[in-house]
Design a protein around this ligand. Structure first.
Ligand code: PLP
Length: 392
């Protein structure tokens, strides 16, 4: 079956008592057992059925099952947010004295997790150019525990070659972990492009219309020791397992993911092309554009649709602020892949708390605007963008 079909037709693990077609929201904490022996087996992990909803819940398990089915992965773990999934992933992989190879082009909170939070626990972040394999290999040593990357960086729209990084990771017997939030996992085969783990903020594309927070770890089973730590240590000892209400909304979101993605990516490409031809626009970052430096790498990894995030540059910060203030249809908001189109000025908001020097190192410029293209008619989106730029 193709992914659009699988997203809808993954059977429930158990038939519902009332034969409900959609998985019910199991809004319960504890589960009853018929006898002490079975109860002991479950609590000792010999039988995997829910015993307490902080660690297993039937609604959340069904979401995990659908994602396993869609990704051909070994295991999936669902968390309360993307950051909960990323921190669980890195806490399960690293430890005092270890180092993580990554990039300066990272989601703001991931950057701070690596350079500040994990640092306090003795983990070193080695931030290099992930598009330069020689530099990556030079930074590795026997204390390196993983390579961590983002599929398309935000807002730089850089695309590192996962196959190249995977070859290096294999050589050192460490996992390649990718945050693939920007391109949903239905668009590519994570195993085939060399990933050992994917982490995803399912808050974005998957939740469908910004309905709920969520995060996923998708595990291809190549590092069993780390898999055990995710399921047995991170979920149990750190907490942060997804709630059944969020899982329910994300299951519904998954069912329409492919049609939303196709439509949003097509509109985004159209908008990126029109922006590139606007005289006031200095530069457009969208990996689906012919002129994008990483276009070929992008196509070979993630296919011919390049997602709904488009960034562009105006002349000055003042012009960017005027643009943002002129918008009438497009919402001034963070978040990505809502059904609505959104715009934000990253350097003064998401990256605002960082120093200008840090923003410089991360290539976050104060002339850049980030758009998330929604499901509206592309002509309406363009008309709003055009008047806001013309009058900026
Ligand atoms: C939004 C986002 C996150 C964090 O996800 P939350 O669900 O908000 O915690 C991490 N990585 C990327 C690339 C994101 O866009």
């Amino acid at each position: 079956m193709k992914s659009t079909t699988k997203a809808i037709h993954t059977p429930l693990q158990r038939r519902d008592a009332y034969d409900a077609l959609q998985v019910p929201v199991y809004n319960c904490l504890a589960y009853e057992f018929d006898d002490a022996e079975y109860m002991s087996d479950v609590f000792c992990g010999k039988v995997i059925v829910p015993d307490y909803s902080r660690v297993l819940n039937p609604t959340v398990m069904h979401l995990e099952e659908r994602v396993i089915n869609l990704t051909n992965s070994k295991e999936v773990s669902a968390f309360t947010s993307g950051m909960a999934a990323i921190s669980a992933m890195l806490l399960s992989t690293s430890g005092a004295g270890k180092n993580i190879i990554s990039s300066r082009h990272l989601f703001g909170n991931t950057y701070l997790l690596l350079t500040s939070t994990l640092k306090r626990f003795g983990v070193e972040a080695r931030l290099v150019d992930l598009c330069n394999p020689q530099e990556v290999e030079k930074a590795l040593d026997e204390h390196t525990c993983c390579i961590f990357m983002e599929s398309v960086t935000n807002p730089q729209t850089e695309v590192a070659d996962t196959r190249e990084l995977s070859r290096i990771a294999r050589k050192f017997n460490i996992p390649l972990i990718a945050d693939t939030t920007i391109i949903p996992f239905t668009q590519f085969d994570g195993k085939e492009i060399g990933l050992d783990f994917q982490v995803v903020s399912s808050t974005k594309y998957i939740s469908g219309g910004a309905t709920s927070l969520g995060g996923l770890i998708i595990d291809y089973g190549n590092f069993p020791e780390i898999s055990t730590r995710i399921k047995k240590e991170a979920v149990f000892n750190l907490g942060g397992y997804m709630t059944p209400q969020a899982a329910y909304m994300q299951i519904i979101g998954l069912e329409t993911l492919q049609v939303r993605y196709d439509r949003q990516a097509d509109s985004a490409k159209e908008i990126a092309n029109r922006l590139a031809n606007h005289p006031k626009v200095k530069k457009v970052g969208y990996p689906g554009l012919e002129a994008h430096p990483d276009k070929n790498v992008f196509n070979s990894l993630y296919g011919d649709k390049a997602g709904a995030m488009v960034v562009f540059d105006l002349d000055s910060k003042e012009q960017c602020f005027n643009f943002i203030n002129n918008l009438k249809l497009i919402h001034r908001a963070t978040n990505l892949f809502d059904n609505r189109s959104l715009a934000i000025h990253p350097s003064s908001t998401i990256f605002g708390p960082l120093s200008p020097e840090e923003r410089d190192k991360m290539d976050v410029k104060d002339t850049t605007i980030r758009l998330s293209i929604g499901l509206e008619d592309p002509d309406d989106i363009w008309n709003d963008l055009k008047q806001a730029i013309d009058n900026a």
